[in-house]
Design a protein around this ligand. Sequence first.
Ligand SMILES: NC(=O)C1=CN([C@@H]2O[C@H](COP(=O)(O)OP(=O)(O)OC[C@H]3O[C@@H](n4cnc5c(N)ncnc54)[C@H](O)[C@@H]3O)[C@@H](O)[C@H]2O)[C@@H](O)CC1
Ligand SMILES: Nc1ncnc2c1ncn2[C@@H]1O[C@H](COP(=O)(O)OP(=O)(O)O)[C@@H](O)[C@H]1O
Ligand SMILES: [K+]
Length: 511
Amino acid sequence: MKIFSAEQLYEADKITLEKQQITSAELMERAGEQVFQWLHQRLNAAQVPIHIFCGIGNNGGDGLVVGRLLIQHGYNVHTYVVNCSDKRSKNFLINYDKIKNVSKKWPALMKSEADFPQINSEDIIVDAIFGIGLNRCPDGWVKKLIQYLNESNAYKLAIDIPSGLYANMPLDNAEAVLKANFTVTFQTPKMAFFLPETAKFAPNFDVIDIGLDESYLNSEEPLAQIISKPQAQKFYKPREKFTHKNTYGHVAIVAGSYGKMGAAVLSSTAAFRVGAGLVTAYVPKCGYQILQNSLPEAMVVSDKNETILSEIKFDFEPNSIAIGMGIGKDEITVSALKHFLSEVKVPLIIDADSLNILSENKKLLKHIPKNAVLTPHPGELKRLIGPWKNDYDKLEKTKKFSNKHKVIVLIKGSYSITVYGDKLYVNTSGNPGMATAGSGDALSGVIAGLLSQNYDPLLATVFGVYLHGLAGDIAAQDLGYEALMAGDIIDAISQAYLELFTKPEEEEKGQ
Ligand SMILES: NC(=O)C1=CN([C@@H]2O[C@H](COP(=O)(O)OP(=O)(O)OC[C@H]3O[C@@H](n4cnc5c(N)ncnc54)[C@H](O)[C@@H]3O)[C@@H](O)[C@H]2O)[C@@H](O)CC1
Ligand SMILES: Nc1ncnc2c1ncn2[C@@H]1O[C@H](COP(=O)(O)OP(=O)(O)O)[C@@H](O)[C@H]1O
Ligand SMILES: [K+]
């Protein structure tokens, strides 16, 4: 699935009307009908009061369609027109008129705070105040209405997008956005649903296919691609029968320092679990026994330094290398990294301390090989590219960095985003239980293990992040979020692979 901008959706809307020879009112009916079905399936004719707040644009028009259909099906509906302007849209007016045919109760006109209705916590609120046509921050009594609705404990369903949120622009004021429990969104999820500053307003959503013109959407460059199970299934490369360990490559994990040897163990184990043929951990001397004892499958090469890495040299030729997990930032390690970067030729992942070393020694950036994968969490990213004004600015700065240095940058977090030049890939697996020490080390091992199996660097990143998140989700099913540890994610990688193909995808269209 792809994410499109509000502008692209308006264009798709226009083209759809021409190609399908339908009116915009018919398209609105199609959209509203599906939102009605969504509610109807869940409510099953229950007589819970449903309060529908309609703006004066087409989002409000959708709300009126939903209201009409609910009334026709015997629901207990209260409709309100949030009359913030006299410039009502044509389709709003058509549906404003139509609702008269099914109810004697004309929608209540709201013009000020005095018109706010009483809402009980067991009621349902449908938010159809503003859609993707929001063009300024809600203010005055409309902002107060949004706050009033937010204060209510009633269940809040937003149509298309929570009111006050722009589809693909930064937030004006978090105080003026409806906090929806659920959003039923048209055709494509909006970028705002995936970014930390705005995603909290749309924590759950379903995408409704309203049949916008596919050939137009396929021809357009999306804002981002969403990676969920169907995409991940396509990325997977099956293992062939007549193969041997060398077919699946040799991973070098360059990691660890005194007191942080676990990072090397976790990354190496993850590389094996994801399918690497051979794994060698390159660690300071003090890590030798630790690695041999905790992961007998791995080979170990130790640095001549007892506690930190002082030189990064192999007497074998790895097919991929992950570097940086727990290595610290000692000057000796910095110069070892510098030397290493200027010589390395194989697919590379740069993580953790090696990212911080790069941030503190920006001159080293020019040595990073093309298509290296950098996996910063937000703190590491900030050190690397500098502060950002908002999430969109962060993405633009990361794209610039990716273009300049010809690298893949994975911005880790909830909905990790892979940035490759101007392209964005939004991951949908994973959970807050994964916010635990070592889960990033596991991810580096996963990506390295895929690289060694000949996945190209972009695919290894996008697929690796999905698999890692899926493993985290599977582990959390048994353990819950709090108890989840990085080792549990690694243990669940096997089930993640199996899950990719054993269960049908139930919810391609949302979260
Ligand atoms: N584009 C599509 O493909 C379709 C869109 N539909 C609906 O149409 C919506 C977009 O409709 P519109 O373009 O009419 O826009 P909206 O309904 O989102 O709102 C725009 C109206 O509100 C006013 N407005 C914007 N921000 C305001 C603010 N802060 N304070 C006061 N007034 C403000 C605008 O001046 C305009 O009159 C979508 O979100 C969706 O719900 C659907 O009907 C089906 C098809
Ligand atoms: N709230 C969350 N939801 C989904 N995934 C998360 C969440 N928090 C962390 N993760 C994932 O866990 C990993 C954490 O990586 P990182 O912060 O580098 O951990 P560490 O340095 O401790 O190994 C990343 O892959 C990240 O996407
Ligand atoms: K809305």
